[in-house]
Structures are given as C-alpha cells and as structure tokens.
Design a binder for this molecule. Sequence first.
Ligand code: TXA
Ligand code: MG
Length: 348
Amino acid sequence: METVIENMRESISEEGIRRAGEILRQGGLVAFPTETVYGLGANALDPEASAKIYRAKGRPSDNPLIVHIAEWEAIGKITEELTPQAKLLSDAFWPGPLTMVLKKSDAVPYTTTGGLQTVAVRMPDNAIACALIRAGGGYVAAPSANTSGRPSPTTAQHVAEDMDGVIDMIIDGGPVSIGLESTIVDLTEEVPVILRPGFISQEMLGRVVGEVRMDRGLLSEDPSVRPKAPGMKYRHYAPKAPLFIVEGERQRVQEKINELTAEESLKGRKAGVIAAKETSGSYFHAVVRTIGSRDQELTIAQHLYAILREFDHLEVSVIYSESFETPQMGAAIMNRLMKAAGHQVIEV
Ligand code: TXA
Ligand code: MG
C-alpha cells in the first residue's frame, strides 16, 4: 500500500482533510497529530475498521482504543451513562489531554473496546485532529501511531518510520506540543481513578471533582497487581538497548553514570545518557542527549520519546538516564521512563 503524506505544517488543507475524512468513512487508516502524540485513526463505530488498527500496530486485541470526538454533544451516542463528574471534567479540561472511561453504549463495537463494557473518550486540543474527526463521521478510534512496543510518535517522521506502506495516509502537523499520552481517568467507580498519568495531574483533577485515586496497578512493583488499563501492563515505549534509571543525590548519580559508561567504552561499546540541561555537560564517556531543563517539565516530556527513538538509530549498547521528578508532569514522565526501563533502577 502506498502511504500518502499530507503536509499541513503551515496550515490546514481543507481538501486534504476532506480526502482524509473520506478514507476514514471507507474504513481506512489515517495517522494525525494531536496535542499529546500522533494517533492512528479509524472509524470507531466500524468494527472492521478498528480491527485494522490492531493489525497495523501488531497490538494485542484485548487492548482497547480511545474514541476521539470533536464536540461534547457527540458523547451521548457512545456512552450509556454520563456521570456528573464527566461533565465537570470535560468542562474543565476538554478539548485537552484527558481521556475519560465511561460505560459504553451499543453503538461502540467490542473490537474498539477490546471486549470491555466501557469506552475511553477524549476530545483532543488540535485543530487538524478536530477537523479530521468531523470529516470522518465524528468518532475516531486512535491509539498512538507507533508499532506496538515502540515509543509513541511525536512527529510525522516517527509515524512514517513505523507505518509507511501499512496505512493509507499520514497528516504531518509538525511536532506535538505535549509529547506524552493523555491522562486516563476511570469514572465507572465511585471515586475517579487515574489509570495512566499525563499532563493533567492528580491534583488538577482533584480540584475539579474532589478525591481522585491512582490505580494500584500503576504504583505497585508487584506484577500480580494488574493495572486496570489493559495497555499499561505491556512493556511499552521500549528502546532496543536496555535502559537503567540512576537515582539518588545528584553528584553521586553523575559519578555512577560516568563510572558505568567508562566501563562500557573500555569494552569498545557506546553507551547513551539521558540528562537534564543542568548536568548534561558532566558526562564524558557516552553519547549524551539533553532532555531539557529541570524547571521546564514540558520540554522534558516533549523530548523523551524522540530521544528513545534516536538511541535506537544510534545503536547504543545501553542507556543510563537521570530521573526527572517534576511537579505537574513528573508522575507521567517517570511512569513512561520506568516502563521504558522495565523498572530497572540503580540506586546510588
Ligand atoms: O494521548 C492519547 O491518549 C493518545 C492520542 C492519540 O490521543 N492515544 C493513546 O492511545 O495513547 P493508546 O491506545 O496508545 O493508549 C490507550 C490506553 C491503553 O493503555 C488502553 O489500555 C487504555 O487506554 N484504555 C482504552 N480504553 C480503555 C477502557 N475502556 N478501560 C480501561 N483502559 C482503557
Ligand atoms: Mg500507545
């Protein structure tokens, strides 16, 4: 299959959106930018179309998709029951990087929800995404547009690396603004539960709806405590080289990483290091990538996946990363980094 690349970096092309919408209506696949990461879209209400997403990504069929809508009114058709919390949270954060899990209606096929009775819904804050959703019939199922197991794409080039020749179209809207997937909150229980941390923090949600909990499966290192979002149990975002997070007092972390990377270089291999701007000049035996300044957490989020992909290309033998516990997005950044590392942490 030939994958058409539509360039909309400078401005939205009405004609391009019309063509992309037509592809979705006919059951095809279109990758598109959102504010979080690039999505791989299909008509969410067409079981055959959403089945194509699983095939294109190599995604397990029990891992449900998020349904994207472009206006609040659209939610009624796909949900059985709208809780007051859903209205409050959508007023506060939509369009934006928040996904809500609600009881599904019969309109949503089980292929889209991975067999679950619930549906995840999100209204993205991106003009191209919203135009595409409207042109495609109003309901677009879209996981991140990467091959299953690879870091989520934050540019159209990343999408092309994984999906060229596999899907009908990629809309290039330039680099995304957040860089990590949306916060997922489950509203089917009495107290809302965060299934995946993101840009919208627990505290921000709490200010709108009161008590909000974190899914136990996210916090626990015990593999028998399963996360409630099926996708969170897989080792996602995995770079090719093993990744270790080095944690502890800053000076000690630098010494430890220098020691480990020196050993690697003595063996004739090349290590990679992920470091904050403040400390990236202190590593001497490795390929160092600066993720951003510690006081600019959005920059850190924006760069994480691109750096993991770059290390795949550079074919480093091992990656050591500093840790980045920042105030708002720290939980999300460290959740993704920990998953990429398969929870391998070196404490110093
Ligand atoms: O920012 C985002 O959310 C991006 C953009 C494209 O919108 N999408 C995204 O989709 O990250 P995906 O498929 O890569 O991740 C969806 C996550 C998975 O972990 C999945 O298990 C979970 O959402 N999920 C989807 N529906 C669910 C449901 N009904 N109950 C629990 N978890 C659900
Ligand atoms: Mg994903």
